[in-house]
Design a binder for this molecule. Structure first.
Ligand SMILES: Nc1ncnc2c1ncn2[C@@H]1O[C@H](COP(=O)(O)OP(=O)(O)O)[C@@H](O)[C@H]1O
Ligand SMILES: [Mg+2]
Length: 608
């Protein structure tokens, strides 16, 4: 598209990429930053709007000129000849007013969707770089909502500024200047009225803002309650709570009504004020003009101009308070969004971060100290060396730090002391992108996109051919159930994969990691939620994948890891036992006890 190469193209897109770590952290700076990207368009809109306003405001002046000619004893026969010049001027003003207004609107229509696209895109890019901690602390829905609110807010703010507030200021200033040419007294009246009107409107709108917010909060609470009740209709029926729910919802609806009365009532008061001011302006200008005309200080042209100016201005300022209110709302939404989304990124690549290219696959935790936030430390001086190609099981009580260890290897969090090394390189010295490319993770609950099965598996390696995808599916033991689905590879998996069973989701996750074929593989309770037959089946597939890779397997069931090269038993952030299955059994410690207990459970359940 030619747009990308025009002087109107977004600045940063021409440069190729955005700086995704630094966005302005206040709403005003944020809007300015994005205006900068479409500067040409906004300047064009502003100039066109000002030109349109000039035409509009000159129309009463043109009317005055025509009236003067008519009142100077015009003989009807030659009316058009005599009025040729003022009439053509008047017609030109009308035409140009329309042209300029439409042209400004045209530019606006062009830039509006692009602006929304850019803000959404940039905020999304920024969001993607937030740390694991940030993402786990926030609701996904709320974050997505903020992104779209900010994008909308930027557009609204700019629209109100460009199409309401700035043109109004220009209108009032020009009206004052025009009236000054007729009589300073008229101009003073106009000026005084404008200043008072704008200031009071602003103050009233500011006071009504909290009321409007309260009303909107009440609306969203009651509609949230309706959603909750509707999604629990089965419960309402089973507990026979129809009447209860009716009055429960009634309470929230009543609150909404009260909030509406407060907000709308206040708005109505503002409207009384505005219409009152309108009457004052119309009557006042008329009386002042009449007085001046009677004492021969202005002529009939100025008289007509000033009265029609007052009519024009009244129609222009009619909704000023509402515009102010919308302006507050839009900027408020931007501030809220910016405050939530644009917090500094926690885990950032170092400026000289290199690309990690794993050749062997050694992993080392060296003197690692780590805690989540202010909680007491999980690890203190933890030392683990895992040579390349070793398969290691991590077992231990829940909460002993196994998942945390994997999080540190993936650099989802930064260690507070010590180092995590891959092939002898500190994970903080390499780009997160390359680190995550070299490690394949199968978590307990593999998240799937609400896309087709093929797209979900392709995610492992986007440039893989269809044959390679099919091969991965085959190796993950997923071909059978996929083939039996109505749309095969193209079947949609539902939100987060809800249309699939746990085992099916897990097989897709395995196929995805198989396709990725990273030299280091980590699994966090990947098969814990599966029944033991499915687990056995998937385990065989996994053993195939593990060949020639460094592998860490967190497991609750000891049988899952018993055959691995080495087992680490965790307790309270420390490794208390370290060795192969046979060595640990001979040790007769924690692993031995756990193994005996789990074997007994298996025997018991087999007997039932
Ligand atoms: N995101 C987190 N924020 C704060 N504390 C956490 C977080 N994740 C885990 N923890 C705490 O860290 C400890 C170790 O957890 P984890 O590594 O998940 O244990 P495991 O995987 O061995 O069950 C637990 O006490 C847990 O409550
Ligand atoms: Mg865990």
């Amino acid at each position: 598209m030619s747009l990308f190469f025009s002087p109107f193209a977004p600045r940063d897109r021409r440069q190729g990429s955005w700086n995704v770590h630094h966005l302005p952290q206040t709403s005003a700076a944020f809007v300015r930053y994005f205006v900068g990207n479409f500067k040409g368009w906004y300047v064009a809109i502003l100039l066109l709007q000002i030109a349109a306003v000039i035409c509009t405001i000159l129309i009463p002046w043109g009317l005055g000129q025509i009236t003067r000619t008519v009142s100077n004893g015009l003989d009807a026969e030659h009316a058009f000849e005599v009025l040729k010049v003022p009439l053509s001027l008047f017609a030109a003003l009308l035409v140009f007013e329309v042209l300029f207004t439409r042209a400004a609107a045209g530019c606006h229509i062009h830039v509006l969707p692009l602006q929304r696209r850019t803000v959404t895109h940039v905020l999304f890019a920024y969001l993607q770089k937030h740390s694991h901690r940030f993402i786990s602390n926030e609701f996904a829905g709320a974050l997505a909502h903020r992104v779209s609110e900010v994008a909308m807010g930027v557009n609204q703010t700019l629209s109100i500024l460009l199409f309401d507030l700035i043109p109004l200021l220009v209108t009032l200033s020009l009206a004052t200047v025009l009236l000054w040419t007729a009589s300073p007294l008229l101009a003073l009246f106009m000026f005084g009225w404008s200043v008072l009107f704008i200031v009071v409107c602003y103050l009233l709108a500011r006071r009504s803002h909290p009321l409007a917010q309260e009303y909107s909060a009440a609306r969203s609470t009651s509609s949230g309650k309706v959603v909750d009740a509707v999604s629990n209709l089965a419960n309402i029926r089973l507990f026979a709570r129809h009447a209860f729910e009716h009055s429960y919802l009634g309470g929230y609806l009543d609150k909404e009504v009260q909030a509406a009365y407060r907000s709308l009532g206040y708005m109505e008061k503002i409207r009384w004020f505005q219409t009152g001011c309108g009457v004052v302006l119309k009557l006042g200008l008329l009386l002042v003009a009449l007085y001046l005309w009677r004492s021969h200080r202005i002529d009939i042209a100025a008289f007509v101009m000033s009265t029609s100016l007052s009519l024009l201005i009244i129609s222009d300022v009619g909704n000023l308070s509402r515009r102010f209110l919308e302006f507050f709302e839009a900027t408020g939404n931007i501030s809220n969004g910016v405050r939530t989304l644009i917090r500094p990124h926690e885990v950032i690549d170092r400026p000289k971060a290199v690309t990690l290219k794993v050749k062997r696959g050694d992993i080392e935790f060296r003197d690692v100290g780590f805690s989540y936030g202010s909680a007491p430390g999980i690890f203190e001086r933890l030392n683990i060396v895992i040579p390349a190609g070793q398969t290691v099981g991590l077992v231990g009580t829940s909460g002993s730090g196994k998942s945390t260890l994997l999080n540190l290897l993936l650099r989802l969090y930064d260690v507070q002391s010590g180092q995590v090394l891959v092939d002898g390189v500190d994970v903080r010295e390499v780009t997160q992108h390359s680190l995550h490319q070299q490690i394949g993770l199968i978590p307990q609950e593999p998240g799937l996109f609400h896309r087709s099965i093929r797209e979900n598996i392709h995610y492992g390696r986007l440039d893989a051919t269809l044959e390679e995808v099919a091969e991965a599916i085959h190796r993950a033991g997923a071909s059978e159930f996929i083939d039996s689905m109505e749309h095969g590879y193209e079947s949609l998996v539902g939100e987060r994969g809800v249309k699939l069973s746990g085992g099916q989701r897990q097989r897709i996750a395995i196929a995805r990691v198989l396709l990725k074929n990273a030299p280091i593989l980590v699994m966090d309770e990947a098969t814990s939620s599966l029944d033991s037959i499915t687990e056995r089946f998937i385990q065989d597939k996994l053993d195939e994948i593990m060949a020639s890779k460094t592998v860490l397997v967190v497991a609750h069931r000891l049988s899952t890891v018993a055959h691995l090269d080495r087992i680490l038993v965790f307790d309270n952030g420390r490794v208390i036992e370290d060795g192969s299955h046979d060595q640990l059994l001979r040790l007769r410690g924690q692993y031995y006890r756990l193994w005996n207990r789990q074997s007994a459970e298996v025997v018991e359940s087999a007997q039932v």
